[in-house]
Design a protein around this ligand. Structure first.
Ligand SMILES: *[C@@H]1O[C@H](CO)[C@@H](O)[C@H](O)[C@H]1NC(C)=O
Ligand SMILES: *[C@@H]1O[C@H](CO)[C@@H](O)[C@H](O)[C@H]1NC(C)=O
Length: 323
């Protein structure tokens, strides 16, 4: 009888397992911000509260995802350390010229820069099997569909998927997988909360058992003085506005589709991060982004500011038209 009781109890716990997930958005060198958000969460939350069962990311966030996926529960701070060192080395691999330079990239390749060094650096970091539920997203350039790959596809396939997720269209070469051509998931969406929730349903039975943290790198939209911007600044500012709203929109969709999930933290920088929209990988800039991640995380956690409150402040930017 005792044994039966134990078995029932065990089944009971298995059936009602909690799932904790983290979602990392895209954002180039701002991936460094996400690394320090993770290490700060691991440091300041009570034990177990940053032990994520599921990790999901787009573009820069996919690199952080691949790294976190290798570490056992409880080693999140160690994973964040490896992420930080990858970002601090970004200057060595982010802008690798083709032998024929930028002209070769523009005229003869599928990206302005070569990704050969990035492949080397990332494969050196992503050196162990993924042992957490993970997903990274990219866009199929042939048919326009958004797709994800999970760690269950195997180490090599997940690595390639991560590189596809980082292949900023036109900037880095496209990635071939299963007979299709892929680019950065950020071409379509910046934060794929829905995939993280879907993976949580592999272990949780109900929305109430799912908790998700989200890390975004675009700052609050603030009023800039834009009248003196040059063309590149206007282009990148417009992209920043789009990416900001795009991260939030997908969170709002998830919130309306799964209203009972616990949307815990939505952490974003408190100020615009330095480094020209995530394109500058100098060590100095990366270090600032790391500091900003700690600062922002402490702010949200200590002041008990939760995701819904953060996201709904921006309804004016995500609901059309704004007044
Ligand atoms: C990147 O930032 C560093 C430090 O602020 C600066 O010295 C450098 O010129 C920047 N690089 C580019 C390409 O803007
Ligand atoms: C650090 O956090 C404070 C709020 O706690 C904020 O006012 C400040 O702008 C932040 N600084 C940076 C560099 O993010």
């Amino acid at each position: 009888m005792f044994l039966v009781g134990c078995i029932l109890l065990l089944l009971g716990t298995v059936a009602s397992e909690q799932c904790l997930a983290i979602s990392f958005s895209g954002g180039g060198s701002y991936g460094a911000f996400e690394a320090s958000v993770l290490s700060t969460l691991a440091n300041i939350l009570p034990k177990g509260q940053a032990e994520y069962h599921v990790v999901e990311g787009i573009s820069a966030g996919s690199l952080n995802t691949a790294i976190l996926s290798m570490y056992p529960y409880g080693s999140e701070a160690d994973a964040a350390e490896l992420m930080s060192s990858l970002w601090l080395n970004g200057g060595d691999f982010a802008y690798t010229n083709w032998p024929g330079g930028v002209l070769q990239g523009i005229l003869f390749e599928s990206g302005i820069f070569s990704s050969s060094k990035a492949y080397e650096y990332v494969s050196a970091c992503y050196s162990k099997p993924s042992i957490r539920r993970s997903a990274v997203g990219f866009v199929n350039l042939d048919n326009g569909q958004y797709e994800i790959i999970k760690e269950t596809a195997g180490h090599e396939a997940f690595f390639l998927g991560t590189m596809a997720s980082c292949a900023i269209p036109g900037v880095y070469p496209t990635v071939q997988m299963n007979g299709h051509t892929y680019v950065d998931g950020g071409a379509l969406l910046m934060m794929d909360v829905m995939s993280a929730i879907n993976r949580c349903f592999e272990i949780a039975d109900s929305q109430e058992e799912i908790t998700i943290d989200m890390v975004a790198v675009r700052p609050r939209i603030i009023d800039l003085n834009s009248d003196k911007m040059n063309s590149l600044e206007v282009y990148s500012r417009a992209k920043e506005i789009k990416d900001f709203a795009n991260s939030l929109k997908h969170v709002l969709w998830a919130m309306s589709a799964y209203p009972n999930v616990n949307y815990r933290y939505y952490i974003m920088p408190l100020d615009i991060l330095p480094g020209f929209r995530g394109l500058n990988f100098s060590k100095e800039i990366i270090e600032e982004c790391l500091k900003a991640g700690t600062n922002a995380t402490e702010y949200y956690v200590k002041n008990k500011i939760y995701a819904r409150e953060v996201v709904h402040q921006f309804d004016d930017f995500t609901i059309y038209p704004s007044n």
